[in-house]
Ligand binder design. Structure first.
Ligand code: AMP
Length: 622
């Protein structure tokens, strides 16, 4: 789920706010200074905080560069790529869990826990440590002008749970989140594309371990995510891995398999491969070296850019394929794309630039550092939110429909997929039994027609409904998605004013693949779903009709002629038989006959209600 609405503020009392790109591999802070966003480079460093955490045997925890360095010697006590676990449950992260060196568990709320040196840590807590480190660097760069206000970026495909987890991480770090911003939008902001009157931007983000492409439209300063596609396991690391494999083939002839498989040695190989890959971005040829004096190992091999490109091409084509899918999803032709923005360190690879340019048929923006562009955009956003002037309005859409389970298991969709957020919608519900004083609500997300095929976002109960005949209570259920994409569902009974609400902050989230899967599923199952939903709704409707008719017959049978009573009895018997069979067509037919048969009874009942209403009243009062 996405974001965002940005209000233009012009007040004078301004306080700095930091833009933070909380990345899978690296995190970075940026700030608005002297009319432009700048990355915070403390003490001459490059400002990046590797998103790594190391747990010392003395109970110390180090974050960033030092953690990454210590991981080389003691990889068993270092954690990387925490972002992949944010807002997820164990079942969502089976693949990523394999590269975690410590036991993984889940707390009773379904939040993942890493167990390191006898202590448990949630991804939120670990991300909080990274945020603290970035914040600390920023404040030092600011020369003591403390600010706790931050804007944090997340991928466009992050769902509610992942966004909530990011927000919680900031809260744990004592930071005040002004906005959660989508990374592609931040990148577009950094390039000032919000100043365009109209256009469509493709943001191609190839980082270390993840790839995504997002298509955004800009209209009069309003940004909108049209579609987003990608692969959460595609990036520069895959290219390192290809070089590592090539090296392993060579090395396996000279060193034992146990050394080859050693985590520390693997890490050494990976770093050597990365160095070689980076060099190949500027040089036509580069060497890969592995030097291990204790094993008397000194290995080197040269790779040409051409060799590397042959290895890398299939990986890069997967990214280009995702661009095709994003265009198809947004129903856009290639010619509709006016601007292409490159994000992520791996977009420095000449082959990546070439293929992106060939595919989109235009030169991508490369003027800004692709590692910094998201943080810079977050700083632009932070600037505007704290009173700076840049007239922009950003928006996003919900990737999946949101709704409520109705009696019988069908879903009443309240907010439809692709609605621009922030947005609200209200749907009326009622009781299904006489004297029912509470309703259980089941909030779901997805495109399928039955609740059991959608994803549960939360459940809550509205109590305090006055005892009334079935169907008489009036309960308004309101769904509201705020500018950060967080959903609140509230229910209000209109007679008593009884209310209940739930903030949907699910414990774990969907993968983008799952979102896609759920969308696909809904197409595949559309027909069956439609029938299932129709049947369930019919069953509920017929059930209510039967109860009301039985009730009516008890009171008014004597006022009906014999033939009417017989018709009613017959049609009720047919309806009950069709209910047993669970056959939509048969039930539909029986329901129609039954409805016609109830008309005389309904007329008698209405007459009576009218008579009662008139009792004791003068005609002129009517
Ligand atoms: P990010 O996740 O955006 O920080 O990107 C990190 C990825 O970009 C890593 O795989 C890096 O090896 C890769 N990278 C950084 N600089 C270069 C470069 N000059 N050429 C090729 N890859 C690079």
């Amino acid at each position: 789920m996405g974001f965002i609405e940005l209000t233009v503020l012009n007040n004078t009392a301004r306080q700095a706010a930091i833009g933070i790109d909380l990345g899978t591999t690296n995190s970075l802070g940026a700030l608005w200074k002297d009319g432009r966003p700048i990355v915070l480079h403390p003490e001459g460093g490059n400002g990046y905080v590797p998103s790594a955490i190391y747990f010392g045997d003395d109970g110390s925890i180090v974050v960033g560069r030092e953690a990454r360095d210590r991981a080389l010697i003691d990889p068993e006590h270092a954690l990387f790529s925490i972002k992949r676990f944010m807002g997820r449950g164990l079942k969502d992260v089976a693949q990523d869990a394999k590269s975690v060196p410590c036991p993984l568990g889940e707390n009773p709320n379904g939040v993942i826990e890493f167990e390191m040196r006898g202590k448990k840590y949630t991804p939120q807590e670990l991300s909080a440590l990274i945020l603290l480190k970035v914040h600390d660097i920023a404040c030092r760069t600011l020369g003591g002008h403390e600010t706790t206000k931050v804007v944090i970026t997340v991928p466009a495909y992050f769902d509610d749970a992942q966004r909530s987890a990011t927000r919680d991480a900031a809260r744990l770090a004592g930071l005040d989140v002004l906005r959660i911003v989508n990374e592609p939008t931040a990148a577009s902001l950094a390039y000032g594309l919000d100043q365009k009157k109209q256009g469509t931007v493709a943001v191609f983000d190839l980082g270390g371990g993840t790839f995504d492409v997002s298509l955004l439209s800009i209209e009069e300063g309003v940004f909108r995510v049209l579609s987003t596609h990608g692969d959460t396991h595609l990036g520069g690391d895959d290219l390192d891995h290809l070089l590592v494999q090539a090296a392993m083939e060579d090395l396996s002839r000279t060193i034992p398999a146990t050394t080859l498989r050693d985590r520390g040695f693997q890490q050494l190989l990976r770093l050597a491969a990365e160095k070689c890959k980076i060099e190949l971005s500027t040089a036509p040829e580069a060497g890969m070296h592995v030097h291990l004096p204790e094993a008397a190992l000194h290995w080197r091999r040269r790779f040409t850019r051409e060799e590397f490109e042959q290895l890398a091409a299939p990986v890069i084509e997967r990214a280009i394929d995702a661009c095709r899918k994003a265009l198809a999803d947004a129903k856009l032709e290639l010619t509709a794309i006016d601007e292409v923005v490159l994000v992520g360190g791996a977009t420095r690879i000449p082959l990546v630039r070439r293929r992106v340019e060939e595919f989109f048929g235009r030169k991508p923006h490369t003027e800004l550092n692709p590692d910094e562009v998201v943080a810079l955009g977050a700083a632009v956003q932070a600037h505007v939110l704290t009173g700076g002037t840049r007239d922009i309005l950003l928006m996003d859409v919900t990737p999946l429909s949101l709704g409520m389970e109705t009696l019988g298991g069908a879903v009443a969709k309240v907010i439809l997929r692709n609605s621009t957020i922030p947005c609200s919608a209200t749907e009326g519900f009622t009781t299904y039994a006489d004297n029912q004083t509470g309703i259980d609500f089941h909030v779901v997300q997805g495109e399928r027609e039955l609740a059991r095929d959608c994803r549960t976002l939360g459940r809550f109960k509205l109590s305090g409904i006055p005892p009334l005949p079935a169907g008489m209570a009036r309960v308004a259920v309101k769904f509201h998605i705020d500018a950060n994409g967080l959903l609140t569902v509230s229910a209000k009974e209109e007679i008593t004013g009884a209310t209940a609400r739930i903030e949907v902050t699910p414990m774990n989230g969907l993968t983008d693949g799952e979102v896609e899967g759920m969308l696909k599923e809904s197409y595949v199952h559309a027909r069956a779903d439609f029938d299932a939903s129709r049947l369930s709704n019919l069953k509920v409707e017929v059930g209510t009709m039967l109860r009301a008719t039985e009730h009516g017959l008890r009171e008014y049978k004597s006022a009906l002629d014999k033939e009417t009573v017989r018709d009613l009895d017959d049609s009720m018997a047919s309806v009950r038989a069709a209910l047993e069979l669970s056959d939509v067509t048969a039930l539909q037919k029986a329901r129609d006959v039954f409805e016609r048969a109830t008309l005389p009874l309904a007329a008698v009942m209405m007459d009576n209600v009218a008579k009662r209403a008139l009792t004791g009243k003068r005609l002129d009062e009517v």
